[in-house]
Ligand binder design. Structure first.
Ligand code: 13P
Length: 249
């Protein structure tokens, strides 16, 4: 059975005080959601988030990490530093990392390798830009992001992979892919994984949709057979909205 996940990518928001307050609200409101809840605060608030969510059924994830084991990489964070504080899930390949920090598919492939080596779960993000969709090139772009960033991994490692399809044109814009557009792309992705890795891996794979998911549209998007949850940005910063989205299952 495929797992449903609703993950909040908090991006560069929330001080430690605000992180604690938001987590306490989420914990208080999170009754009966049929999805795993993941929160991804900033690096400096991860340890605090792990402490607060202990035993509450909420997973804490990092938004990024460096590919090296350690060394002279000023300002960076290694996998072992995350697992050491109880963070075993990491978001890699977010379009903001790709666009503003020039993370290439090749770099992401090595980050994925490092995360898997540390037995971390990877939420691997990808998605086309508006021009790709306008040029009817979106399936190609997504295929190459997956082939170049992820499809070198071993079959056995897919149990630690969650995919997050986030069309760039839908992120933070208020514009959402329609449920049918999301389903069409998710089906394409699952079929691609099946071609390369076989039915069992593709069938068990959780594929999240991200891009302006809100309480008002979550239920319809999540009702699609190949959409197994969401990666939520803006709406994850309000406990009531985040929980309402999770209740879309
Ligand atoms: P929004 O939900 O704010 O569009 O952001 C989506 C996203 O980038 C999640 O990673």
């Amino acid at each position: 059975m495929r797992k449903n996940i609703v993950a909040g990518n908090w991006k560069m928001h929330k001080t430690q005080k605000e992180t604690v307050a938001l987590l306490e609200e989420i914990i208080a409101q999170q009754t009966n959601t049929n999805a795993e809840l993941i929160v991804a605060p900033t690096f400096v608030n991860l340890a605090k988030a792990v402490e607060i969510t202990q035993g509450k059924g909420i997973t804490v994830a990092a938004q990024n990490m460096h590919q090296a084991e350690g060394g002279a990489f000023t300002g960076e964070i290694a996998a072992s530093m995350l697992t050491d504080i109880g963070v075993n899930t990491v978001i890699l390949g977010h379009s903001e990392r790709r666009a503003y920090f020039h993370e290439s598919d090749a770099l992401l492939a090595s980050k994925v390798d490092t995360a898997l080596k540390h037995d971390m779960r990877v939420i691997f993000c990808f998605g086309e830009e508006l021009k790709d969709r306008q040029n009817d090139n979106h399936f190609n772009v997504v295929e190459y992001q997956l082939r170049d960033g992820l499809f070198h991994i071993d079959k056995k490692d897919w149990t630690n992979i969650v995919l997050a399809y986030e069309p760039v044109w839908a992120i933070g814009t208020g514009e959402t892919a329609s449920p049918d557009q999301a389903q069409e792309m998710h089906k394409f992705i699952r079929t691609l994984v099946e071609k390369v890795y076989g039915f069992d891996i593709a069938d068990a794979l959780t594929i999240l949709y991200g891009g302006s998911v809100k309480p008002e549209n979550a239920k319809e998007i999540f009702s699609k057979p190949d959409v197994d949850g969401g990666l939520i940005g803006g709406a994850a910063l309000k406990a009531a909205d985040f929980i309402a989205i999770a209740k879309g299952f």
